[in-house]
Write a protein that binds this ligand. Structure first.
Ligand SMILES: [Zn+2]
Length: 361
């Protein structure tokens, strides 16, 4: 399918029409419609046609086009994507101009592409061994979705072709680019692909490198900003929530301890042991702006920061400087993981305390 066709069929304007959402008002690139979730009489839901996003100012529902369709039809985002592509786009609307050109992928689209991508990759035996040494079980490895990047170019191009055959548009997807012969390809670094997730959605892929990139880089993003038709990834942080009922947990008024971990792979390991806490994985270089996402967790009691060896040696200052802008120093406790996958003794003790509290409660 042509890229333009995919863009039109997955656009918020097409979704609006497929769901028969009633337009009440429109401005330059914004359409207001009646919200299908809170059934408010007024046009409280705002559709942003350049971002392909929606927000209802009455009930707070928000997200992107594919998710809006999925939520209305009670289906997964992946299924919504398939269904939307099956029918011609209906782009009728009251805007003066509506040319759909944005190729930057939003989190829903990235999730669909990265999920399909990871399904097509294997995990090499040496990486399985490494992850087991790190402390993950085979079940953990499956569930989290670690994979290896193929080093063979033909294999990479063939994987891209399969994704394109599945009607996935690779334009605007960090990690993918077009080679000199205009074939889609993706970046190859020897290492383990670590999915960075938010609410079970893959928002980016981190690479835990087999060999240090230069003297001080052990983990990098799967990104292709320097390449033809390539894209840069945002420097995401990821939230790993307690197993059950993350939303209730986020909103309850109880004071909670959170654990911030640099890097992602260590964050997954720590989450295995602290699955009653919110664990936040952060890249070893993280911006102040990205860390502001932490503000969505209310009623934070104590902040435990666990740093891997690389972060301790090279990036602890910038991480801490940015964290202290969000939390007062007295709330922050530091822990160091100096060997691969090691859970620092100081925080392990904390886990025991938790278990004792829980049992006595
Ligand atoms: Zn609403």
């Amino acid at each position: 399918m042509e890229q333009q066709e995919i863009l039109e069929r997955t656009s918020i304007i097409n979704v609006k029409n497929k769901l028969h959402l009633k337009e009440t008002f429109s401005t330059k690139d914004t359409i207001f419609v009646k919200c299908p979730f809170c059934f408010s009489d007024k046009g409280t839901m705002k559709l942003d046609t350049t971002e392909n996003s929606y927000t209802c100012k009455n009930c707070g529902a928000n997200g992107y086009a594919i998710g809006l369709y999925a939520r209305n039809k009670y289906i997964t985002n992946h299924r919504a994507y398939e269904l939307l592509l099956q029918e011609d786009a209906d782009l009728s609307n009251n805007l003066k101009t509506s040319i759909i050109t944005s190729t930057r992928k939003n989190n829903e689209e990235l999730d669909i592409i990265y999920q399909s991508f990871l399904e097509k990759l294997d995990l090499k035996p040496e990486h399985i061994m490494e992850l087991i040494k790190y402390g993950f079980s085979m079940e953990d490895i499956e569930r989290i979705g670690f994979k290896s990047i193929p080093m063979n170019e033909k294999e990479r191009i063939s994987i891209c072709n399969k994704l394109i055959q599945d009607n996935l548009d690779l334009e605007g997807t960090p990690g993918f680019f077009k080679d000199k012969r205009f074939r889609w390809n993706f970046k190859a670094h020897k290492g383990i692909l670590v999915p960075a997730k938010e609410s079970h959605r893959i928002i980016g892929l981190r690479i835990h490198l087999d060999n240090l990139y230069d003297a001080d880089t052990s983990d990098i993003w799967f990104s292709s900003s320097q390449e033809c038709n390539g894209s840069k990834i945002l420097n995401n942080i990821m939230f790993l929530y307690p197993e059950e009922n993350s939303i209730r947990f986020m909103n309850n008024k109880e004071l909670k301890d959170i654990i911030i971990v640099s890097e992602m792979i260590l964050a997954y390991k720590i989450h295995l042991y602290f699955n009653n806490n919110i664990v936040i994985g952060v890249p070893n270089v993280v911006s102040k702006k990205e860390l502001k996402k932490l503000n969505k967790i209310q009623n934070v009691n104590e902040v435990h920061v666990v740093m891997d060896k690389h972060t301790v040696l090279h990036n602890s200052e910038s991480l801490l400087a940015n964290l202290y802008k969000i939390y007062p120093r007295r709330k922050v406790t530091l822990h160091f993981s100096l060997k691969d996958g090691e859970i620092p003794g100081s925080i392990e003790k904390l886990n025991n305390d938790y278990n004792i509290q829980e049992k006595s409660a």
